[in-house]
Write a protein that binds this ligand. Sequence first.
Ligand SMILES: [Fe+2]
Length: 273
Amino acid sequence: MKAPKQVIDSTPVDIPSTEPIEQEESTLQSTDFQPAPTEVLQLFPTNMLRGSIPLDMNAISNDVRGLVDKVKEIEGNDTARNYTTYFNEEIRTSMHEFEWFKMFSNIIKDTYVEFCKNIYAHELDYLQRDDIHLFAWVSVYNEEHSHEVHNHVDSFMSGTWYIKTNEDTAPIKFISPNVMTTFQHTSVDKYHSRENFPNMHFMGTEWLENEVHFRPLESEFLLWPSYMQHMVPVNTVPQKENYERITLSFNLKHRLNINSNDTGHNMSYKGIL
Ligand SMILES: [Fe+2]
């Protein structure tokens, strides 16, 4: 089977020949293997962003440890809650005062609107940065921590910025959102890598993957549609020193423009609902 042309490549796909097969010249026997010439068309991709925001990651790691230490004082040994600022609004939002967080906020909001413009063709120039909702929290995973399969509701795009990782850091695993193609799970699970996808592995075949495992490098971030199911397994690689996987995760959405909104008689719902 011939390799498919990439959709993003402007090279036109080779259209299979429609010349009539010379039946008289054919030496094929009816029992010979004779599939038709074809191209594989890989359609309906899922768009994610991979990028890097290289700030002073050591200094940021220290600030994050300080925040999560405060959480540990409150949550004790509860490993479902003691590694993240997600559940404590006061500690979570105290992060907003760090200069590095302000820089991160500006960059990720600008990246988000550019993504929405480029990928979804949304006209967003009515927005200013304050019209973009950024809910962010930090986590310090030690050996006992993991996060089961979930997605992020009430959000348009979600992401994680990797503040401290090493080559043994547990990956983030994404499960294919294309339930129609994976419904029967007919492709054989082959754990494989792909050219031009560094630090990533795939479950499935090179034509139809069921999972993507991403092993992040320090200062990288991923941005994905919030509906995507993902998880972080426990670290199973023996560590030379105390295991730490430090991340900043976030949800993004924006104020929507509406029109056709002045029909009937206007009325405030304040105090009614
Ligand atoms: Fe998540």
